[in-house]
Design a protein around this ligand. Sequence first.
Ligand SMILES: [Zn+2]
Length: 77
Amino acid sequence: MTTQFEELLSFLTPRHENAALKTYQNTTAIACPSCDNPFHNLLICKKDLTSLNLDEPMNLCITTTPSGSPMIFTHKQ
Ligand SMILES: [Zn+2]
C-alpha cells in the first residue's frame, strides 16, 4: 500500500542528501499539504537536532513524516 507520504515523494525530484537532511525539489508544482500553495523544496530532517542555513527569506510549512521526522516545505517569497 502506498501512503500519501510515499506518493508525495514520488512526484518530487531528489536533490541533496547529507547526514542531517534530505532535500527534494518540487519540479511539478505540487501543492503544499499544509497551505495548499505550491512549495519550492521539501526538506526532511534525519537527525533529532538539525540546523537550517537559509540563503534567502522564505516561508516555511512544517509537518512530520509517518515515522516522525520533521518535514519542512519551503516557499520562496
Ligand atoms: Zn505551505
